[in-house]
Write a protein that binds this ligand. Structure first.
Ligand code: DP6
Length: 322
């Protein structure tokens, strides 16, 4: 069908975190990051370029969206239109197959699926690398969602690249969804505020490349004992830079700390699991498949944990034939 494209992309959770921009205009990251793509958190997006439309339209789960989310979508569409030499407006429909009420970040899978669908709808035939660069300009973590398995995005890199196939190191992620407090500051604003006001931001940027290298080496060696501590260190070092911002950016809720504590207790009793947190109160726990069921049960019993999602590693983003 002319002017139509549909695609699916999975979300990803960074094992080595990105926080901070080297170039805010081009959205190039200040530090390298490495993530695991998650099969259970998917976004399906369709784009239809239509001469009858006077403006671009965005529907999330069927509901029209305006303001900043729409502006970010229009910016990506403008790039696609410039590349394709067209001026037509588009209708974008996006659906997450995970509970969005949970407040889980969907910009990574969302912009990856949008970049896939929009290029196809515009009649372009981009490589995954080109789609990743397009998604990165909209939201840097989205660059990583174009690929499945373990994926890295270098500091100042245009696009992400695969580090290892999921099958080479089969880990799972438990997402402990916690009751949120006040509305959180989004990643883009949060990292800008950290860069502007936190005396620890510089220390984070200096430390991040070595932490990233540690994570990358452990992934390539499929060494969970080496990977886990580096993953926790990356998240906590990032949060330390946020905590030192003025005013402080505190993403932890009481239940966030409860989950972290339970993961540490799980390790003390001989289990192997490691936590990470992003710009929100939920805790993501990296675990070997053999231990996932037991830990999932333990986490779901904690006060303030509303739900535990379990996910294996996900595949590359892909186009869906209409
Ligand atoms: C804490 O990719 O959402 O999840 O590029 O401004 O859209 P923008 O930021 P975004 O930031 C993600 C931050 C993080 C860590 C990570 O995913 O690496």
């Amino acid at each position: 069908m002319m002017g139509f494209g549909k695609a699916v992309a999975c979300s990803n959770i960074a094992l080595a975190k990105y926080w901070g921009k080297a170039d805010a205009v081009r959205n190039l990251t200040a530090v390298p990051s490495l993530s695991l793509t998650l099969a259970a958190l998917r976004t399906v997006t369709s784009v239809r370029f239509d001469e009858a439309l006077a403006t671009d339209e965005l529907l999330l789960a069927g509901a029209p969206v305006s303001g900043r989310p729409l502006a970010r979508v229009i910016k990506l569409l403008d790039t696609v239109r410039a590349n394709a030499g067209i001026q037509t407006h588009a209708r974008v429909e996006s659906l997450n197959d995970f509970p969005t009420a949970a407040g889980l970040a969907s910009s990574a899978s969302g912009f990856a699926a949008l970049a896939m669908a929009a290029t196809r709808a515009a009649g372009l035939e981009p490589s995954l690398r080109e789609v990743s660069a397009l998604a990165r300009a909209a939201s840097a973590s989205a660059a990583r969602s174009v690929y499945g398995g373990y994926v890295s995005l270098g500091a100042r890199a245009e696009s992400a690249e695969r580090v290892a196939e999921a099958a080479a190191f089969p880990l799972e992620m438990l997402v402990a969804v916690t009751v949120a407090g006040e509305k959180e500051t989004g990643s883009t604003d949060g990292m800008g505020h950290t860069q502007d006001t936190s005396p620890y931001y510089r220390a984070w940027v200096e430390a991040a490349p070595a932490i990233y290298e540690e994570v990358r080496r452990a992934v390539l060696a499929a060494d969970f004992a080496a990977l886990g501590p580096a993953v926790e260190h990356s998240a906590l070092a990032m949060h330390a830079s946020m905590l030192a911002a003025r005013p402080a950016l505190i993403y932890f809720a009481p239940a966030t700390l409860r989950v972290m504590e339970r993961v540490r207790a799980f390790r003390k009793s001989g289990g192997r699991a490691f936590f990470t947190m992003d710009a929100g109160p939920h805790v993501k726990v990296l675990v070997e498949p053999s231990a996932a069921t037991a830990l999932e049960l333990e986490l779901s019993k904690l006060e303030g944990v509303t739900q535990v999602l379990r996910s294996a590693a996900g595949p590359d983003a892909s186009w869906i034939d209409a």
